[in-house]
Design a protein around this ligand. Sequence first.
Ligand code: GLN
Length: 544
Amino acid sequence: MKETKYIFVTGGVCSSLGKGIVASSTAAILKSAGLKVAIMKLDPYLNVDPGTMSPFQHGEVFVLDDGAETDLDLGHYERFIDTPLSKFCSITTGKVYSEVLAEEREGKYLGGTIQIVPHITNKIQQKVELAARKMKADVMVVEIGGTVGDIEGEPFLEVLRQMKKKHKDNLISMHLTLLPYLAASKELKTKPTQISVRTLRAAGISPEFIFARSDVKIPRKILKKIAFFCDVDEDCVIPSETVSSIYEVPLRYEKFGLGETLAKKLNLGDLKFDLAEWEAGVDKIKRTKSEVVIGLAGKYNDLDDAYLSVIEAVKSAGYFHGKKAVIEWIDTEKIGNDDPEERAKLEKVAGIIVPGGFGNRGIEGKIKVAEFCRTTGKPYLGLCLGSQIMAIEFARNVLGIKKATSEEFDIDENDIEAGYINGKKYHVIHFMEDQNIHRKKGGTMRLGLYPCVIKAGTKAREIYGTDRIEERHRHRFEFNNKFREKFEENGFIISGQSPNKNLVEIVEIKDHPFMIASQFHPELISRPFRPHPLFREFMAASLK
Ligand code: GLN
């Protein structure tokens, strides 16, 4: 394609309507016709990136191959379009401002007055175009975070207005709104949608598409009404009714002819959309009735968003084996206090995952969970922190190092930030002295894709079917190599390590049905219809 096409997605009326799913589904449909599609997120908040935001407020931090710490929507994007994205695909107001202000300090603006328009908006525009170039996208889908009308979002809408002028027929915008249902009068109301579109108009934007979100079926006449009042073509009002699986959304849109309408509007030429893989996948999801219960022993209980990728990977693994995976949240603080009801859950679930995490809340409980799994043969999958927990438990209860722990739980966060290395004898997990030679980026976190070599004859080797893999990381602490021999002599297998053999990457317990953990985050590269091998085999073991 000669020129890049842009599709902007905005949201109105209220948040949480699923703009990310609209963006992802649209991109998936276009990708199915063989186009090179990428998706990016413009987040209006002032944090420079979501790396430091609490999962309580913001859900999981999604890490990309290049180590960028991004919004969880990037996870949806990658799962829907099955394409690794890059740091260029995640922009926040904070990032834009910090760059513009740094340039101002360097004198790059030659004494000029720095303003939101044009300096901030130009910077955003450059970043959008740069992302499209870097991703070599035929179509760049751009999601603007927040809700139309938010003060923070205004510069982004102005960018959309300016880019529409510049890219003309190569840019369209989609607006997602909510149709509230009034039970008393049995009506879906379109007024909030009309007002939201009016707000967009005031910003100089007339959306080409309206996606109408509703929990009930939307009658044809309502769609027509929206088309008329919001001045869009009738085939451009797309019903977005709540479905049981988000992966059904692209199929719904395509049934409504979205691909073809887009091809027309954006002059994409003659395209053939093939969603056969989606149909098969969704069909399997819908046919699956029988359940398997998987325990999740994390820190943020009942907070699906904090473990979004883990839950998606578990579900995908479940469907792969014809089971609907149900998550049982295990409260590790209660387990730490030997709460009998909570402990009973450990027996009940088919397998247990100890996911990633930071800080020492619930750590003793997690160690008890690992002990339970090791001694009873219950399948255990450890993700990042879950691998460190597995080592600590083994050190305490098999090697007899009673005080074994991780340096993370033993010293002050501030000391870690300051690069202080404590190095107590019982730190089986520690902060490496020469840690920075193992980090691509600055800072103490190991972020993004790193290679791992898998040892022959191990379970990991069997699961992966290869001896060299690359996986995404986000952690600070490492297995302490001083303990290697002692661990290995006693049945703790180090089945994966960095090519220079310095960093432990995968561990497993000898002769256990399935007790495996990784220092990396396999959930980040799992796909809805192609579960990550570790999750797939963890599920297989849990179903035995
Ligand atoms: N807190 C641990 C570390 O920094 C584990 C991090 C994680 O689970 N992502 O190494």
